[in-house]
Design a protein around this ligand. Sequence first.
Ligand code: NAD
Length: 429
Amino acid sequence: MTIPSTFQDALSRVKSLAVSANINTEVIEALLHPKEMMTVSLPVRMDDGSKKYFVGYRCRYNSILGPTKGGVRFHPNVDAEEVKALALWMTIKCAIIGLPFGGGKGGITVNPKELSPMELERLSRIYIRSLADFIGPQRDIPAPDVYTNSRVMGWMMDEYESIKRIHTPDVITGKPIELGGSLGRDDATGRGAYICALELIKKMDWHPTEMTVAIQGFGNGGYHVARLLQQAGCKIVAVSDSQGAIYAEKGFDIDSLWQEKQRSKQVKAVYCSESVCEIIEHSAISHEQLLALDVDLLIPAALEGVINKHNATNIRAKAIIEIANGPILSEADTILHDKGIKVVPDVLANAGGVTVSYFEWVQNRSGQIWTLDEVQHKLKEKMTTAFEIIWQRAEKEQRTLRESAYITALRHISSAIEAHGTRQYFNRP
Ligand code: NAD
C-alpha cells in the first residue's frame, strides 16, 4: 500500500469538504491544480572551495485573491510535494483571514545546521537570483518558515533589490526592522495561536490558571505561544525540539528555558547542567510521550504529519492548537473528533504570521510605520473575527472547526472565481 504524500492528503481534505459544502465543481477543480511551480538547481561555493548543488522550489498555488504569499523553508525533507501542500494551505489561510493574497510557498532541500553562516548567505542569495522573475511585490511575496529567519529575509531582499536596481522592501516580509520589517512580526505566529487558544478557553468556559500545556517544537512559533500562555497563567509542563523532549510537573519558566536553548541549541541540554538544573525537577521524555501527555492543551509547533492514525488514539489532551502546518493527517481527524478533542486547525491557529506579514507589506507599500500597539491591536481584531466566524459556522452546521474553517475559505475563493464567470454563468439563457 502506498502512503499518500502530504500534498495528496491536503488535496483529499479540500476535495471532500468542498463536495460536502456544495462548492461549485469548477472551484474545486481550480484548487486541485497549482498555478505555477518552479524547481531550481542552486550551485553554492562552499567554504572549503568545493561546489555543492542544492535543489530549491517555489510554488504559486492560487492567485485569485491577490499576489501569492508564503514562507521559505530550509529543511532536509523539503520536496515538491511538501511545497505544494504548504502553498495550498496558504491559499486557504489567506482566504480565512480575508487577506488580499493567494497562497504560495518555497523551500530548499538542505540541513542548514551543516552550513556556515557564509554558505547559508550564498545559498539564500542564489535562491533569489534563480527566482527573481518568479517573485515580486505584486506577484509572489516570500517570508520566513522553518529554519529561516529575519536575517535570511534581509539577505534575500538585498539580493532582489540588487538585481532589480530599485528599493523594494515589499518583495519579502519578516525582514529585520532596520530593513523595513514590521514591529510585532517576530512573535506574530505564536501570538495569533495564543489569541485562538484564549478564544477557545472562553468558549469552553475553562480557566487559564488551571490549565496545563505541552508544546512540540520550541522554535519561533512554539516559544512565543508558550511565553504568552504562561503569562496568562497556564502551566507549560512539556516542550521539545528536534533533539528531544522534557517534562516538568510544576511547569517550566519559559524565558529562562528559551535563553538556555539559545545558548546550548537544544532543550534537552538545558536542564542537565548549571543552575537551572536545580531549580525545577524535570525528566527527559520521548517525542511520542509528549504527544500522549494528559494535558489540557497540546500544541504541535514543529512539522507536518506527527499525529496520524497510529498515535491519534493515544492523545489525551482536551484540545489541540495547530501551530505547525499539517501536524494532523486527515486519517486522524475522525479519531480525534470521536474522542471529543477540539482541534483549532493550522489554517486559523497559525495565521497570525501571514496576517502581520500582510501588515508589513501594507506599511512598505504606503511608507507608513505602525507602532507595536497598532500591529497587535489589528492582529487581535483579525484573529478574533476569523475565530468567531469559524466557531459560529461550526456550531450552526454541526461541523468541526477544521471543516468550518475550510468551508469559510472555500466559499470566499468560490465567490472570487465565480465573479470571473463560471460554466453556470455562461450557460445562462
Ligand atoms: P522554527 O525553525 O523556528 O522552529 C521549529 C522547531 O521545531 C525547532 O525548535 C526544531 O528543533 C523543532 N523540531 C523539528 N523537528 C522536530 C521534531 N521531530 N520534534 C520536536 N521538535 C522538532 O520554525 P517555526 O517558524 O516555529 O515553524 C514551526 C511550524 O510552524 C512549521 O510547521 C511552520 O510551517 C509553522 N508556521 C510558522 C510560521 C512562522 O511565521 N514562523 C507561520 C505559520 C506556520
